[in-house]
Structures are given as structure tokens and as C-alpha cells.
Design a protein around this ligand. Sequence first.
Ligand SMILES: Nc1ncnc2c1ncn2[C@@H]1O[C@H](COP(=O)(O)OP(=O)(O)OP(=O)(O)O)[C@@H](O)[C@H]1O
Length: 561
Amino acid sequence: MAGKVRATVLRDTLISLRSILFFSVGISLVYGLLRLAGPLFMILVFDRVLPAQSEATLVSLVIILVIILTIMALLDYSRRRVLARFGAQFQERIEEHIFRSTARDTYFARSGNKPAAGLNEADGLRSFFHSGSLVAILDFMWSPVFLGVVFIISPFIGWIDVAGLALLVLINLSKVHFSKAREERHSEASDRIGDLKNTLSVSRHLIESQQMTAAFNKRWLSARRSSRDTAIEHKDFTGWFTALSSHTVLMLQYLALAAAAYLTIEGELTVGAMVAAMVLSRRIAYATERFLKQLPSIREARENWRSLDKALSAAEAPTAVLDGMAALRLSQVTVRCPLTKNKLLRNVSIDIEPGSSVQIVGGAAAGKTVFAETLIGRFAPSAGKVSIGAIELGRLSITDAARTIGYVPQHVSFVPGTIEENIAGLEDKLDRSSLVHAARVAQVHEKILSFPEGYDTRVDALGSRFSKSERHMLALARALYTKPRVLIIDEPDTSLREALSKNLKDEINGFLARGGILIMLTRIALRSYRPTRSFVLSDGSLKEMEINAKADGKVVAIQGG
Ligand SMILES: Nc1ncnc2c1ncn2[C@@H]1O[C@H](COP(=O)(O)OP(=O)(O)OP(=O)(O)O)[C@@H](O)[C@H]1O
């Protein structure tokens, strides 16, 4: 099934863009043919115009040459534009496919700083099509034809070209092969600088408040030094091959000229043919060198293509949107620590009917956050299933998943941007009335309006403009904005606890009456709010507790879970 999906995506993308690619190949073929005009012009000038002393022929030839060069300039410009658009459309279609057709958990199976599997690869391929790499490859396609023309002029010069090209290939392949390790060292060192920049933008406040600036600067200098040294080492090494390669091109051109001159002295070639042989030899050598310089880009493009293929084949299509409210079901869910592989959740099974509120109480490191973040897809179960109604949660699309679960995390953080963007979860077409409603329910509307820029006020990642309880309330507004079916609150702080039993009570009751599910994870059982069901989480195992209504929500007995 997945294989079928992949084959269709790649085939469809290529088929739909095939005409653009063929068009640019066609332009390149005409362009390459017109490049023969230069050598032809030289032959005619030396062999016709000069012996005949014909000024009229010279003027006609110059006019024709100018026209051809103008056409060549237009063709070159056009094919670059066409290739750029080919790359852009290719990327857009692949990205659209990834966004639309990948289920949440596959989408989240990302690594490092990649936003989603396949996106970086699609971008890498776009820049390959867009950059001069493809043009260099297309220009190189004419080299065998030019070489054939040189062989027609003189096989002797042709063989000199072949020997020179073999030397060029050897030099450039050695460069690619022997500089790989140095290149990797340099790119790792540059990545370290990138990581430090990210650390600074995300944790500047922490670094300064904890007096880490001096130590951070030391790390920065050391990373800079290492990046600079590896860059010099890499440049020094490849510089040797680059110099050798470019001078081989020059040498080839002059050797071709010398051989042609010798043949002219011997009376085997005309002066025009001599010059044309030299120009063609230079053109072949330059085109080959430019092509060989693209080898690392070609290798990278091939790797990108393979990973994209793999990412698309691994991607599972999302299931249909959930219809109406449904029960949340965890069956035999086990989650393991990604580092130690120890169990963080152990065979957790729970059925939560629509319209119920559930409290999960657990001590320090009991697994409450892991439980919550398994529902949002941050932890993938190593066994068991999490489903809502008949649909596995991880199989929802990222858009449907966002509408299904609202999450108020224990440690609230923000995306640097405006309050509006944060509450609306970065949606560009936001619904203002839902935004204000969510802020009012979370009782932060007035606070936001007290800022001169209101909802356009910018917040940093920590939300430093707000107090801890205000940050929690903002996180609640953010969770409520999408009108989720399941609302998860991890460790509500004192003000949120109070609000749940007072100002928020009606809202929560309304939410439950509409079939919503509320899950609260706390260290200490809430006294002021009585959930429908209560559980204890201990060392990753979940057990249901019986609530004595008369005891005002206090836990009185434990049932085996
Ligand atoms: N991303 C992670 N990678 C590895 N282990 C993790 C990760 N997140 C949590 N854990 C481990 O899972 C266990 C449970 O952590 P969790 O944060 O769920 O506890 P908790 O019940 O929320 O505790 P607390 O009330 O102290 O926040 C801990 O031992 C923790 O080290």
C-alpha cells in the first residue's frame, strides 16, 4: 500500500513536470548547437575572409554572429528560468504531498533540525535544479559532439583532447574522493556554530541570568576556531586539485593549438581549422571541468532523491477525519525511554468515554508527562495502541490531530512571535472570535489588552512578559483555540486549579456536556474539582481508584488496574 502511494507520488510529480524538463533540455540542445557558430566564424574569417580580403563577407559574418549570440543569450536565460521553475514546482508538489498525505506519527518521525521527513531533501533537490548544476550537465552533453568535430578536423588533436580529459577526470575524482573526510569535518564544525547560534537565540535569558556568558563565549570562540581551521584545511587541500584542474584545462587548450599549428605547418590543416580546433578543445575541456565540479552536487542530489523516496515510502497516509465525539482508548500501551529502553509506561490500558473527566495522580517521575506526550505523539509506543473512536491517534493528519487534542504542558513555552500567533497555533487564517473566546475563557483577555499592542504584543520563547500562572492560562487559551475533543492538562498550577473549580467550571462542564474528554495529570489529587474517574500512575503503571463522592473527591480505595 505504502509502496503504491510512493510510486504514484513520484511518478505523478515527474509526469506532470516532464514537459518543463524536456523543454529546457530542448533549449539546451539548440544552445549547444549554436555554440558551434564561434569556431565556424573563425574558420570562415581565416580561410575565406582573409585570403579573399572581402570586407563585405566579414560584415555579413559579424552580423550573423551577433544575431546568433543574442539568440544564445536569450536561450541561456530562458533555460535557467525554466529550470528554476521546474525545481520550485517539484518542491511545492512534494511538500504539499508530505503535509497533506502523511499521518501524524510518521510526520513526527523526524530527526535533528528537520521540520519533517522529506522536506529538506525536496529543498535540496530544488536547489540542485535551480543552481547551475543542471545547466553544467546539459552543456556537458554536447562535449562528445564537439569532440567528434575535433576528430573530423584532426584525429591527432582529438586524441590529445581525450588524454587531457582523462587527466581532468582523474584529478577531479581524486579531489572528490580524498577531500570527503575533510569536508565532513568542516561541515560538522560549521554545524556546531549553527547549534550555538540556536542555543543563544533560545536560551539567551538563561545564559545571562545564570552567569554562563563567559563560558558560552569560550565555547563560541573554540567552535569558531575549529570552523575556521577546518575551512582552511579543506580549502588548502582542495585548492591544490582546483589549481591542477584549471591549469590542465589551459595546458590542453595550448597543446591542442600547438598540435594544430604543427599540422598547419605540415600543410594538413588550414589556419581556420587550426583556430577552430583550439577553440573546440578549450570548450570541451571547460565543459568537462564544470561538469566534474558538479560531482559532489550530483552525489548529494542522488542521496536526497533516495532519502525522499524512502521518506515517502515510509509515510503512512492519514485516516479519515473523526466524526463526532468518541472514546479515547489506550490498550496495553508500553513506552520505552529512547535512551535506556527502560519502560516509562507499562501496559497502560484505559477507556475514557466522551463527556468524562479523568484525573491521573502520580508522584515525581511517575510518568505523567510521558503519558500526556504519548497522546500528543511525542513518544511512540513500543507496544499497544492509542485510539480515538475507531481511529488510531497517530494515523490522523497533523491538522486533524491539532483539532483533536489540546495540551497544556507542565512547563509552558512559546514560539517567539505575537500573542495572537501563539494562541492561534501559528495559523495564518486565524479565527478572531475563537481567539478572543479562548483568551476570555482562560481569563487572559484583559491582561493581553493591557499591553499597548494587545494581541500583537511579542513574546519570547519563555514568555518572560508573563507570570508563571499567566503563562499557564495562555497555554490553556492556546489549547482551547482549536476546540479540541480531548483536553490534557499536565500539572495545573494553583491558579489553574482554582479556576477549574470556580470561573472555569461552567466552561469545563459545557465542554464535557458536548462530549469532550478532560485529562488532568497531577502530583496531588485535586480537592476542589471532582473528576468522573481517578487513576494512580506509579512507575509507569496505571491503576484506577474509587472515588468516594462523600469524601469530596478524596481517593479512598484502589482497584487493581
Ligand atoms: N524525553 C525523554 N527521554 C528520556 N526519558 C524521559 C524523557 N521524558 C521523560 N523521561 C523519563 O520518564 C520518567 C517519567 O518522567 P515524567 O516527566 O513523565 O514524570 P512526571 O510523572 O511528569 O514527573 P514530575 O511530576 O516530576 O514532572 C522519568 O524517569 C524521566 O527521566
